[in-house]
Design a protein around this ligand. Structure first.
Ligand code: HSE
Length: 313
């Protein structure tokens, strides 16, 4: 469409296992597209295509809020029209609101001079996500914008870094038809953690970081362990223990909750195995009367990007 730029932003898994609110990664083949063009003032959403309902009010929509944040950071007069085509279901634990926010922030910056750094776009998108999720965390927005796996050291002031990718990694993502609200999944978390669990999760988080930095699949496979968050949150995902057992039995090297759930992801480095693992996970949810959607994917190294400049360049 002439005059409209087209921006893609990928789905993300954040947290990755033990790296609660810290570790995230972008995944290939699943994501949101935001079309945007300039208008004299205000943000208007003129179209939404989405598998699940999302707010069309710009004050409640993460793409629009993030775009407005960017215009404020840039201190420019002007507005935007947005068309939002979601490839991601909302409330699935796949970073749906973060993908829209990242694409909205990227599009606003692109159309108004490209003055902001990716870190500033992450802040704009993270603030937008916070308004709808009730928590300020960048483990979805950072990988959505930067691609690969990322670490968040601190949210205020924002300090994130991209770690890298693991080329051999195959990710089996399964989204069961279960509702888990991030807000609720955060409320049930323990206030304090026993020292032993803290050391265990810290060690595994650090090793996942090393695995992505070194492109080392087997180190990642050994480190996808979480004794703090998973035991509590898995109770919100009916069938979690059975599905994990079936994934491991089918040859997965690990399984964890994607974000706050209900999506789960298993890992392997073998495509033939990945298909069997996917089938077994879906069958297990099915045997409990729970339908699900599944994908086999890998790490998206690029993050949010321009697909079409609308003839403006
Ligand atoms: N880190 C957040 C959580 C991500 O696990 O609550 C939510 O998408």
């Amino acid at each position: 469409m002439r005059g409209w730029i087209q921006v893609y932003s990928p789905a993300t898994i954040g947290n990755i296992g033990p790296g609660f609110d810290v570790l995230g990664m972008a995944v290939k083949g699943l994501g949101d597209i935001v079309y945007a063009r300039r208008r004299p003032s205000g943000i208007r959403i003129v179209e939404i295509r989405s598998p699940t309902p999302i707010p069309s009010d710009p004050a409640k929509n993460t793409a629009a809020i993030a775009a407005a944040n960017v215009l404020r950071f840039l201190n420019v007069r002007g507005g935007l029209e947005l068309r939002i085509h979601k490839g991601l279901p909302a409330g699935s634990g796949l970073g749906s609101s973060a993908a829209s926010a990242a694409a909205g922030a990227f599009a606003a910056n692109w159309l108004y001079g490209r003055q902001l750094s990716t870190e500033q776009l992450i802040l704009a998108a993270t603030q937008a996500e916070a308004e709808v999720s009730g928590g300020f965390f960048a483990d979805n927005t950072a990988p959505a914008l930067l691609g690969g796996a990322t670490l968040t050291r601190c949210c205020v002031p924002l300090d994130v870094t991209r770690i890298g990718i693991i080329r051999r990694l195959k990710i089996i993502l399964v989204t069961p038809a279960i509702t888990v609200l991030t807000r609720d999944a955060r409320k049930i978390l323990p206030e304090t953690v026993p020292m032993r669990a803290f050391v265990f999760n810290m060690a595994n988080t650090a090793l996942i970081t090393a695995a992505f930095a070194k492109n080392d699949y087997s180190l990642f496979a050994r480190s996808l362990n979480d004794v703090v968050i998973e035991p509590v949150r898995s109770k919100l995902i009916r069938g979690y223990d059975q599905v994990k057992e079936s994934a491991l039995k089918a040859g997965a090297d690990g399984m964890a909750i994607s974000g706050a759930g209900p999506s789960v992801f298993a890992i392997t480095d073998n495509m033939a195995k990945a298909r069997v693992i996917e089938q077994q996970m879906v069958l297990t949810f099915n045997s409990l009367g729970i339908s699900s959607k599944s994908w086999i994917t890998t790490v998206d190294p690029h993050g949010t990007r321009l697909l079409d400049d609308g003839g403006l360049q």
